[in-house]
Design a protein around this ligand. Structure first.
Ligand code: SME
Length: 152
């Protein structure tokens, strides 16, 4: 069942009561992991050097680090600046398997004007876990994170 993303969005906005990117990204990853079912990883990668994603705050197992823009589903989201929704990661040659349990993935780019600040990455042990409605809902949560946070 699709969660009530409108409610989750209001709750996230209330939770993010600092402007700190570090605090807000930690809170956002914990909030998503707690409120959205069937996830095994939720977290942020930041553009730490040009075209290189470094691991940021997350919930789940220790993860791959760093990820160049030309690798993986996260790299594709950063490079193309478009959400990547993958129903079966095992069918994607370019997928970086941090955790063999992961079956589907949603990666949303985080843009501040023209600048690619980073990405939010969600993994699920269920194939096809993320619907179009989930994509729209998570993109709305990312928009709230951007609004509530100093990212420059
Ligand atoms: N699977 C990702 C790597 C990050 S982990 O899932 C946390 C990718 O292919 O980019």
């Amino acid at each position: 069942m699709t969660p009530d993303y409108s409610l989750l969005n209001r709750q996230l906005a209330a939770l993010l009561d600092t402007r700190s990117w570090l605090t807000n990204s930690a809170q956002t990853s914990a909030f998503i992991m707690q409120e959205i079912s069937a996830l095994n990883w939720a977290g942020f990668y930041l553009q730490g050097e040009p075209e290189l994603l470094i691991l940021g705050p997350f919930q789940g197992k220790p993860a791959c680090h760093p990820i160049p823009f030309n690798q993986g589903v996260c790299g594709a989201a950063a490079r193309d600046r478009e959400t990547q929704r993958v129903d079966d990661v095992q069918a994607i040659a370019d997928h970086i398997a941090c955790d063999a349990d992961s079956r589907s993935e949603l990666v949303v780019p985080i843009l501040v004007g023209d600048y690619l600040w980073g990405v939010l990455d969600l993994d699920s042990p269920q194939a096809g876990r993320f619907s179009e409605a989930d994509q729209a809902g998570i993109e709305a949560l990312v928009a709230t994170f951007i609004e509530c946070t100093d990212l420059t």
